[in-house]
Design a protein. Structure first.
Length: 56
């Protein structure tokens, strides 16, 4: 009986690359002018999305 580890490893990487390719193709383009800075924690900028900005 042969070891299935290489086959499973290849299946994982092919699946991962296929998923990332599909996600990249289906996602809208990123508008860098509308994105907040990468380090915006504590900067005073208003959050425009997510569950923390919709607290009532």
């Amino acid at each position: 009986m042969k070891d299935k580890t290489p086959l499973l490893r290849w299946a994982f990487w092919i699946g991962l690359v296929a998923f990332l390719s599909w996600d990249y193709a289906r996602s809208p383009a990123i508008d860098l002018r509308q994105e907040p800075p990468l380090v915006a924690a504590g900067s005073g900028q208003v959050v425009e999305g997510g569950h923390c900005s919709s607290a009532k």
